[in-house]
Design a protein around this ligand. Structure first.
Ligand code: GTP
Ligand code: MG
Length: 203
């Protein structure tokens, strides 16, 4: 799929104030600093569409980006970021949960995990939360440029084995790098196909 246009629409913390358009929506979620905002910029060929930072906790709101005038990409704050105050951390969790539970236009979420790291409890718990609520998700392994292929393959096998301890199969997954654009075509092709598959639900 070619990205012809990508426009920032609105930021907020309240799912009821998200855009009203009945068009398909894809959300990026994961721990702070995993590369959610960078992946949005990579996919849309923009350097500064979504705000990125070396410091965790950069994205603090639900951000809607309108792509090709017919679907939304949504950048979300990281979960499990320990350095924000306790009250703020809780509000992240409440509005993030509300977003996933209430947003009818959400057709698929992408859980981003850093491909360098061991499976993290908070990511596995979030997958569980989505599964229990019947919310479809894929896994995106980020920052694949940060290690050699042997290490990368070893980590992917390790992660898949961990998933299979609680799931019958490994969800659709992608290996990406926002530095090298690895995985870009695969993610965009997937979204393009889902857009076709669910088109009748949005008529
Ligand atoms: P929050 O908004 O804080 O939740 O973080 P985020 O998940 O949106 O991460 P962000 O995109 O801001 O990236 C965090 C840091 O990781 C930045 O310094 C990025 O440049 C870097 N980064 C993101 N993706 C990649 C990647 O694929 N490869 C490399 N080498 N660095 C990356
Ligand atoms: Mg961000």
């Amino acid at each position: 799929m070619k990205i012809k246009t990508a426009k920032f629409v609105i930021s907020n913390t309240d799912v009821s104030k998200c855009p009203k358009e009945r068009i398909p929506e894809y959300a990026f979620i994961g721990r702070s600093n995993v590369g959610k905002s960078s992946l949005i910029n990579m996919l849309t060929n923009h350097k500064k569409l979504a705000k990125i930072s070396g410091k965790p906790g950069k994205t603090q709101l639900i951000n809607h980006f309108l792509i090709n005038d017919n679907w939304f990409l949504v950048d979300l704050p990281g979960y499990g970021y320990a350095k924000v105050s306790k009250s703020k951390r809780k509000s992240f969790q409440d509005f993030i949960k509300d977003y996933f539970l209430q947003r009818e236009q959400l057709v698929c979420s992408f859980i981003l995990v850093d491909s360098r790291h061991e499976p993290q409890k908070i990511d596995l718990e979030f997958m569980q939360f989505l599964g229990e609520n019947g919310i479809p998700f894929c896994i995106v392994f980020t920052k694949a440029d940060k290690m050699g292929n042997t290490k990368l393959q070893k980590n992917l096998i390790n992660y898949k084995n961990k998933i299979l301890e609680s799931w019958e199969s490994v969800p659709t997954h992608f290996v990406t790098s926002s530095e090298t654009s690895m995985g870009k075509e695969d993610v965009l092709k997937f979204i393009e196909q889902v857009n076709i598959d669910i088109a009748k639900d949005f008529e």
